[in-house]
Design a protein around this ligand. Structure first.
Ligand code: DC
Length: 231
């Protein structure tokens, strides 16, 4: 087995299974998995709970002022086989994936100061390599030198159906229409924002998983991984 440790950057549209895929890869390779979307969600949750977002309107100045009060860390949870996210010592993993957070996270993640704080943390986490990081700007901004970059996408309705199943299984009262709308509007916001918009890095490989099982995606990945190690 090759002991070389690399950085695997996984970017792409929302709700196309990036985190599930990245988590499975990390478990298989013994790498650290970092869900950077969870970090933007954690800042959004903090802003919601501390009055910087009212009726869906984000007060950017307040969010920026709050940044120095927000300490994010990940702690490995053996039951999940992945790390849980904590804000100022509080476990927030279960609170960051609500539709309320999803509806405000694009606005929060387009604030320059939020991005520079989180990008610096992400770069630090990858300093020893051996990480699988998923997000929107990992291959373009956080680790432009990543040895393997994957750009994931899937049909928007397929993505909405997947997220709908996930949320209703947890007991959330949501409709497929509102989820679809959120998926499409987040794609648009993520791709059109001024700072670090979502885009495919020139050297990223596209994975459209609309009609692929997790096992098929893993087999596809292992071939790309072996190729990346040879380079
Ligand atoms: O991966 P996710 O859907 O949980 O991400 C939530 C939001 O965070 C997404 O709409 C855009 C933002 N995000 C970002 O701007 N940059 C990243 N590296 C990761 C997420």
């Amino acid at each position: 087995m090759n002991s070389k440790k690399i950085i695997i950057a996984i970017d792409g549209h929302s709700s196309c299974g990036k985190s599930t895929f990245a988590k499975a890869i990390a478990a298989k390779l013994g790498y650290i998995f970092i869900d950077t979307g969870a970090m933007y969600r954690a800042v959004t949750l903090y802003a919601l709970e501390n009055g910087a977002i009212c009726s869906g309107m984000v007060d950017e100045e307040s969010v920026v002022q709050m940044l120095s009060d927000i300490n994010i860390d990940f702690r490995f949870n053996p039951q999940r086989g992945a790390s849980d996210i904590y804000v100022n010592g509080d476990l927030v993993e279960g609170k960051i994936r609500t539709i309320e957070v999803s509806n405000c996270v694009s606005a929060v993640s387009s604030i320059a100061e939020v991005r520079s704080k989180l990008v610096a943390m992400q770069q630090h986490m990858g300093i020893k390599r051996g990480v699988v990081m998923d997000g929107r700007d990992i291959g373009t901004v956080v680790f432009p030198d990543a040895e393997l970059k994957i750009y994931m996408t899937a049909d928007p309705m397929v993505r909405a159906e997947r997220r709908f199943k996930e949320l209703t299984a947890k007991g959330d009262k949501v409709t497929i229409e509102e989820i679809y709308e959120n998926v499409v509007s987040r794609d648009k916001a993520d791709m059109s924002r001024a700072i670090s918009p979502l885009r495919k890095a020139d050297d990223a490989i596209v994975l459209d998983n609309s009609h692929m099982s997790v096992e098929e995606q893993m087999a596809w990945f292992m071939e790309r991984y072996e190729e990346a190690l040879m380079k």
